[in-house]
Ligand binder design. Structure first.
Ligand code: EPZ
Length: 421
């Protein structure tokens, strides 16, 4: 992994418009879904981010023909040469896991690297394995790999997820579309990325009822076609720039959005006293000259407040007079950005899964370190409003999920560069 760092000279007013890229967390399962067909699929509005490049390269190594130019990807896996998802995608733990369902469904066996925990906490996948076993898969772990096989064909399953899981829903969905019989999946995740995957699979000929509901009914097919699909905009990137617009005297218009996707964030910003406005595909939120109020929020599965926008909101709350609280209900270690923000002058105390943020504090630039993808975005936001120079190490984390973030921020007036360490 390249050693990169981001250098920001803060306190520049940002104004102008920024265009949101395609959703990383939709593109990831959707590229994996090309395993399900021998025909070519073509994707538009694909974000050029590291996690997607890694998934694309892994599929190529498994035998896919393909092309990735600009924001368009085409992939065709006529025959699977190796059912092993290569090592380099193990870093993006969900990528390897998302190949399990499609490989079992199309190929009858799979060998993927077992995703370990990651910086934000346990990334359990027991529901994935439980559901696949009920579909007839034999699965065991062998020296850091998950090895799975099914004697002839997966069979339809009635399965209720014990807890909300985004990639668990996606994995079993991709297994069920080629299974023998009808599957009924209950307590499914409602994130928009699941709906976008359903749109792709339906375009490939899958029979799925219940999109945007917690119960999905899938009638398995014997094979699927290729499809063309434009990926939905990234709601977490959207929310990150909307929050940036509420910092200092910034005036940012966020374009290519679907405002409904960030309703929970817009409700919190409105409650804080920011001025929020939405048009059909544009969103702006501003607090310039306004006094924001502290809030208490808790992260929840969609449509609740998204855990992936928790770190970014924390940075904004350091600038709000009073005491705010964020309860993190999804992951058990997702406050690592707090330590780095405190190095810059923030006053954040962590009590179990609650962050108590006391503002307003002046942030001063310094040397800090990104621990995970969304924490790195929170640190960039802090650098933008800090006095002086901020250097963020391990900046590769940012490139995993934000397309050209330094370029997009420079266009808004930020003094930000990314350099090799
Ligand atoms: C997806 O991760 C996203 N990643 C995450 O975004 C996001 O934070 C998360 O959903 C929650 O919204 C992708 O879509 C690629 P989960 P996922 O399975 O699917 C527990 C980002 O920044 N759980 O919904 O791995 C699990 O431990 C990333 O883009 C089980 O216990 O999340 C976690 O505490 C970070 N058993 C909680 O559920 C399981 O079998 C939510 O996990 C599965 C999950």
């Amino acid at each position: 992994m390249k050693k990169l760092k981001i250098v920001i000279n803060g306190n520049k007013k940002l104004c102008g418009s920024v265009r949101v890229s395609g959703a990383k967390n939709a593109a990831l399962p959707e590229l994996a879904a090309t395993i399900l067909s021998a025909q070519e699929s073509r994707f538009y509005n694909v974000p050029r981010v590291e996690d997607i490049k890694i998934m694309y390269n892994a599929l190529r190594q498994m035998g896919a023909d393909g092309d990735f130019s600009g924001n368009t990807v085409s992939l065709r896996l006529a025959e699977i040469k190796s059912p092993l998802a290569p090592r380099e995608i193990v870093e993006t733990t969900r990528a390897s896991l998302l190949m399990l369902g499609p490989l079992l469904a199309r190929h009858g066996h799979a060998r993927v690297f077992s995703p370990g925990g990651c910086a934000i906490g346990d990334r359990n996948f027991d529901f994935h394995l439980e559901g696949l076993r009920l579909m007839g898969a034999e699965i065991h772990e062998d020296g850091g790999h998950i090895v799975a096989s099914v004697r002839n064909r997966l069979k339809g399953v009635h399965y209720s997820f014990p807890g909300k899981t985004v990639t668990g829903t996606e994995n079993l969905l991709m297994a069920a579309v080629l299974a023998d019989g009808v599957s009924e999946l209950r307590n499914c995740a409602l994130e928009p990325e699941v709906g976008d995957l359903i749109d792709l699979l339906t375009g490939m000929g899958a029979k799925i009822e219940g999109k945007n509901s917690e119960t999905l009914i899938i009638t398995g097919q014997t094979s699927l076609f290729g499809a063309q699909h434009s990926i939905i905009p990234d709601r977490i990137e959207m929310g990150t720039y909307v929050i940036a617009g509420c910092l200092g005297y910034n005036e940012i218009m966020v374009e290519n959005t679907i405002p409904d996707y960030i309703d929970a964030l817009l409700a919190v910003l409105t409650e804080m006293g920011a001025e929020v406005a939405t048009w059909d595909d544009k969103v702006t939120a501003r607090a310039s000259g306004l006094t924001l109020s502290p809030v208490s929020i808790a992260t929840q599965p969609f449509p609740g407040y998204p855990t992936d926008l928790q770190a970014q909101l924390t940075t904004l709350l350091t600038q709000v007079e009073g005491r705010s609280r964020i309860t993190e209900n999804i992951f058990n270690n997702r406050f690592q950005h707090a330590r780095e923000l405190n190095k810059m002058g923030a006053d954040i105390i962590i009590e179990n899964n609650v962050a108590v943020i006391r503002g307003k504090t002046v942030l001063t630039g310094g040397d800090i370190r990104a621990t995970d993808l969304r924490a790195s975005a929170a640190l960039v936001l802090a650098g933008l409003i800090a006095d002086g120079r901020t250097v963020i190490e391990n900046a590769y984390q940012l490139l995993r999920g934000y397309e050209d973030l330094p370029g997009k921020l420079q266009a808004l007036g930020a003094d930000i560069t990314i350099i090799e360490e």
